[in-house]
Design a protein around this ligand. Structure first.
Ligand SMILES: [Zn+2]
Length: 304
């Protein structure tokens, strides 16, 4: 069975056929069944139950708060299991919601992702990435004229040259390099001195296959050559909109040559040490927690 990572597991029906009918979308937004998830500075509204969850506003609450009259700013996410149409909107101030009688507040996207359900982390990823893309793509990259959103925010069209622009997702290869009972983990400048090491990773180049990107990144960061590559799983990473493509990559040599521009350290770790680190019991090694695909790549190798 494949792993459902944090930021995946979204069970909304994204309603592709509905998106092509702009009038229908507007009608759906006007309906009493509509649910709206607001964001402030790209962080979602959260309802603080014992188990926190996304703080969907009802259509009546949204109307009472007078959050937006401008439908072009509203993004359509899809339909939930009850066929309620779900929308997202970024608000420009940290609104007080107390008078609604609900315990609502904005919480950091990364922090809350470990607290809410799998399905909701997927919705969070979709909404956050889409809000950010729409915000950063107000003008056409071809002719510089303003653009407007269509299809509920999954396409923007230039008002000057009519060019259609679609949201980008940036593929990143992330790989656990191993040879026999040892694996390679690296430390970036940001994590210096923390004992924190993770899988090697890097953005894919244009005109490059996943396998080619894995081989190139490993060679650049560690000088190692790679033989067999096995795909493991993938994870959307909405900061702002990457797709982490997780692989296991078998090294054919052992001598590490570190790329000092990118990494402060890259080295081999014995499986026993890695298992201790996964249990938070190692004195020399910290590895990423379960929010990150790196944790699962390391774990599936260590316990195999
Ligand atoms: Zn244009």
């Amino acid at each position: 069975m494949s792993i459902i990572h944090t930021f995946s597991g979204n069970n909304l029906d994204r309603g592709d056929s509905t998106r092509h009918d702009e009038k229908k979308l507007e009608k759906l937004f006007e309906s009493r069944k509509a649910k709206i998830l607001t964001f402030y500075e790209l962080n979602p509204l959260i309802e603080n139950f014992e188990i926190p969850q996304l703080g969907w506003l009802t259509k009546d609450e949204f109307a009472e708060l007078k959050l937006s009259e401008d439908f072009s700013k509203i993004l359509f996410l899809g339909f939930d299991r009850d066929q309620s149409p779900c929308f997202a909107l970024e608000v420009n101030k940290n609104i007080e919601y107390k008078h609604l009688g609900r315990d609502l507040c904005y919480v950091d996207s990364r922090e809350i992702a470990t607290e809410i359900s799998e399905n909701e982390t997927g919705i969070l990823a979709q909404a956050k990435s889409n809000i950010e893309w729409n915000k950063k793509n107000k003008y056409c990259s071809s002719c510089s004229n303003p653009m407007e959103p269509f299809r509920g925010g999954i396409m923007r069209k230039c008002l000057g040259c009519n060019l259609e622009h679609f949201p980008r997702t940036d593929p990143v290869v992330i790989m656990l390099v191993y040879k026999n009972d040892r694996c390679v983990l690296g430390q970036t400048r940001l994590r210096q001195k923390s004992g924190f090491y993770s899988c090697l990773a890097g953005f894919m180049d244009q005109g490059e296959s996943i396998e080619e990107a894995v081989r190139r990144e490993v060679k650049e960061e560690s000088g190692l050559q790679i033989g067999e590559i096995k795909y493991h799983s993938s994870q959307p990473w909405p900061f702002p909109s990457s797709l982490m493509i997780g692989c296991h990559a078998e090294a054919t040599n052992e001598k590490i040559i570190i790329d000092k521009n990118e990494m402060t350290d890259v080295k081999w770790f014995a499986k026993e040490e890695v298992i201790l680190a996964l249990k938070n019991k190692s004195k020399i090694l910290n590895v990423p927690g379960p929010i990150a695909i790196a944790h699962h790549l390391i774990k599936s190798w260590a316990y195999n």
